[in-house]
Ligand binder design. Structure first.
Ligand SMILES: Nc1nc2c(ncn2[C@@H]2O[C@H](COP(=O)(O)OP(=O)(O)OP(=O)(O)O)[C@@H](O)[C@H]2O)c(=O)[nH]1
Length: 373
């Protein structure tokens, strides 16, 4: 795992408190060359004043899909971004100041995870004529609309409707994702009830506008548990063109081994970018996230230098963690900052343990490293 410098999304210097954080934040760069001026002309509040580069294109001409974070003020947009991509602890988000300009950040930690995330200020009127929303929506892959479930959501729903219908007109290929956020304060029954109500009202609004074809996906999220990582995983997966191939590889992998479940993780964000087709059990996912934290912590203390790391990669070893009598977790790094996570049962046959499906793990490891590194 490598680490690179990072500055935060609004261009402020960000202090990295420790090595762990360095590593965790390794690949999220803000482009110094803010290209918002073209979009925000006439309203300096909305973007940086300098920068004239083409929209969303670096010097290489590579175009990354854009993920927009929108929603009312204080709904939790910046907190989500900071917790998922900057390893900020949820309690620290209490001290976040209100965002007053669009914050754009490049997220490109591996061959698969490569997109831009744009955090919009809640109070922004992006339908102001001086604001080029068509340009914004044209290059957008996913629009995440955050609704504060602990607040009255009537206004949020009308804003959601306005945003989605405008965006759809410009770009019908956008994935519309609704995060019903801050559900940590709600009981399970209450969560389901809220989700049902929000889903129904949003669908009714679309039906009234004869726009039933717009598909909204709903997620119950909180920064205080793994739900936000899971939801973000699902959003990001939709932007990965190789997803079917990866899922297929993982299906073959588990069907040829004693493994119960396999995830391909982006280590930096703990987003899983693919998994086999068996259902995702939240508890396994959480265990995998915890193991990533443990491995990152330990490698920060006892980490290897680059040379040792490359030697290590040539002879990969499993380092399983026993989480219960029958279940082990194992982590491998098939490509820089990507890890394959497997959870497998030891199969007990007449008292014999059949475990360690190493050959399959190595095979997948090599396939992935050869193809995508
Ligand atoms: N209970 C709870 N509070 C949250 C959660 N996510 C964010 N918050 C809190 O919500 C408040 C607002 O969060 P922000 O991230 O600043 O909200 P924002 O949408 O970026 O706000 P603007 O920048 O004004 O648009 C903060 O006090 C966060 O700690 C969550 O999942 N649960």
């Amino acid at each position: 795992m490598t680490s690179e410098g990072v500055s935060n999304c609004c261009g402020e210097a960000e202090e990295k408190e420790d090595d762990n954080e360095d590593m965790a934040m390794g690949c999220y760069d803000d482009d110094d060359d803010d290209d918002f001026s073209a979009l925000t002309e006439g309203n300096p509040e909305w973007g940086s004043e300098d920068g004239v580069l083409g929209f969303n294109e670096g010097l290489s001409g590579e175009v990354k899909p854009r993920v927009l974070l929108m929603g009312l003020r204080r709904s939790g947009k910046s907190s989500i971004q900071k917790v998922v991509f900057h390893k900020m602890s949820p309690n620290e988000t209490l001290f976040l100041e209100s965002t007053n300009k669009i914050c754009r950040e490049d997220v490109s930690s591996s061959s698969f995870v490569s997109f831009q995330i744009w955090d919009f200020p809640g109070q922004i009127d992006f339908f102001d004529p001086t604001f080029d929303y068509e340009m914004i929506f044209r290059g957008t892959g996913a629009l995440i609309f955050v609704i504060d479930s602990q607040d009255d959501y009537v206004e949020a729903l009308s804003r959601l409707h306005l945003t989605v219908t405008r965006a759809y007109k410009v770009n019908p290929d956008i994935h519309f994702e609704v995060f019903i956020h801050k559900v940590d304060g709600l009981s399970d029954d209450h969560k389901i009830e809220k989700q049902g109500d929000i889903r129904k009202r949003a669908s009714d609004d679309l039906a009234d506008a004869r726009l039933e074809r717009i598909h909204l996906s709903f997620y119950l999220t909180s920064i205080y548990d793994h739900s936000i990582f899971e939801a973000f995983s699902k959003v990001v997966q939709k932007l990965i063109p190789q997803l079917p191939t990866l899922e297929n590889l993982l299906n073959i992998f588990i069907s040829n081994s004693g493994i119960e479940k396999a995830f391909l993780f982006d280590v930096v964000s703990k987003i899983y970018i693919a998994t086999d087709s068996s259902p995702v059990d939240m508890q396994t996912y959480e265990l995998c996230c915890d193991m990533i934290d443990v491995v990152i912590d330990i490698s920060c203390i006892y980490g290897m230098k680059d040379k040792e790391l490359s030697d290590h990669k040539q002879s990969p070893k499993l380092s399983p963690i026993q989480v219960s009598r029958l279940t082990q977790l194992a982590l491998r790094e098939p490509a820089t900052l990507l890890c394959l996570f497997v959870s497998f049962y030891k199969v007990i046959l007449k008292g014999t343990f059949l475990s360690s499906p190493n050959i399959d793990i190595y095979r997948l490891y090599y396939i992935l490293s050869l193809r995508y590194q």
